[in-house]
Design a protein around this ligand. Sequence first.
Ligand SMILES: [Zn+2]
Length: 171
Amino acid sequence: MPMHSTYREVEKKRHIISLQQMAVCAYEADMTIMQASLQKKYIMTTVELIEEARKVVGEYRLGSDEYRAGTVGAALLSAQGNVYTGISIDVACGIGFCAEHSAIAQMLKNRETKIEMIVATNSESIIPPCGRCRELMFQIDCKNINTKVYLSEEKYMILDKLLPIRWEPSR
Ligand SMILES: [Zn+2]
């Protein structure tokens, strides 16, 4: 028995190792497919997301007669495939907030920050987000520049186009 492996033996060992690696890769690929199927995301359509936003629309009077909530409803689909909704709060001095704002707050409660698509609507039509909501989407996660923001039932623009010059803190 020679002390050193012959060239052919080395090649044979290499071949065995590469087959073992392939087996590991195949196993990992199977696991990935299995995990993907376990975490299978529900792909929501725009129509369904708009429907989710409309479900929460319904203006009602708050404790003070002149103030209202629920005039606008918003729904967003997160990158993890979850849907979050929110309603607007209309009170004095601009201290209320938009429906998108409260939908985002609900998402953050679940420790998510990335939005796939978002829509806000009143009882009649889709409403594009105000400047503050556009900034909020960007500031909670800069990857949200690719968020699809619905401007009507048929049309969306990515946030990057709606917020071309963004606020940056001076550092
Ligand atoms: Zn807003």
